[in-house]
Ligand binder design. Sequence first.
Ligand code: GLN
Length: 471
Amino acid sequence: MTENIDIKNLNIEKASEMLRDGKITSVGLVEACLKNITERNGELNAILEVFSDALENAKKADEMITRGEGDQLTGIPLVIKDNIFITGKKVSASSKILENYVASYDAFVIEKLKKTGAVFIGRANMDEFAMGSSTENSAYGPTKNPFDITRVPGGSSGGSACSVAAGFCLGALGTDTGGSIRQPASFCGLVGMKPTYGGVSRRGTIAMSSSLDQIGPITKTVEDAKIIFNTIVGKDSMDATSIDLNSTGSDITGAKIGIPRDWLKEGIDADIMENFNISVEKLKKLGYEIVDIDLPYAKYSLAVYYILMPAEVSTNLSRLDGIRYGNRVEGENIFDTYKKTRSAGFGPETRRRIILGSYVLSHGYYDAYYNKAWKVRHAIEKEFEDIFKKVDFVLTPTTPSVAFKFGAKKDPLQMYLSDIFTVPANIAGVPSLSVPSGFSSEGLPYGVQFMAPLCADEKLFAISLELEENI
Ligand code: GLN
């Protein structure tokens, strides 16, 4: 039965139907995924660890299905980013400092997925502590793009995206602080969704930048992303920033779509613009009104991001000092231990951001940088609130280029610019989804990104589905 399951061309929705109809089993699905991993993970380096209990859990899921229990995710093999806690499993955030760290509890999202009987196949490679856009910052080597192994899969959730595209699983969880779900999804021809901030609990995720981080799905289709989202969404009394997503419904009849033209003037490849314009035309043909909009403050999102994010990173990572969590390098005294542990444990990008964050938070610079950035953040939030009184969605390309070559963005500022379109949604807290929009002449995937008002996650799925069906 295993040989017949073509994971690469199967989605969650279909697999779930086949499971219910008794055409396949979860064990069969998991075996097919494991076979693909054995064949290709050596080359792609998407999965850091295959979970030894995957088959056992698949068996349990099959029993649930036989008893008529569970839902669409029961028995579905998923890959989990290496910064989300699963009790008893290693979780390293792809850092040396947490190399053998074992999670002592389940993340909120994992609790929910376990309840449905979803099967975790393994943990996915990522940029260290989710900082990066290429997975080149992993302490365990980069992940490769399954469409072209000389290119990056995107990041920081590059391992998650690669796993879905390469048929190592049917769906994956990523985290998105400035685009880390949407950008790798776009580079690997997949759907990636960042929920409204607070809609999905962050409990049990290794925090990067707490006011921006969100967990979300990476899948082959919009419907699949919706299935995972519907399972992991919900208020959590143990995450103070968690909210009840009072859904605004899914009716998008007569929706108006805004395009921030002045974001699209420079630093964007011609073929991306061409592909973007095709998607716009399709939406027009489907009857949606397309209007040009102005978002002058949002242009500063990246500048704001690279002040607020490192400030929160430096604070969040200060707990990794060799005393309470993770690995320790013994020094001559406690300060020496801190220094040696952190120097040995953190990679260069992590150190850069800790230094940057400590600087913007330091006495004398706090007002000039950190406080100022918060003010601009509020202006950006307000700007989105206002624009969503005029339009229902904002549409942009997901990235300014297709997946780039390894080593192409050695200058950190060049790397940071790859998030130019994704970061604003995190700054404003609004939900955003990247949907595949075709392929380049070299066979590399394109993606476009919708942003929707706070709590309009359902509408976001609805409009993305419209485009997906008509690509
Ligand atoms: N690429 C961005 C960064 O390096 C975003 C990361 C993320 O979303 N986790 O910070």
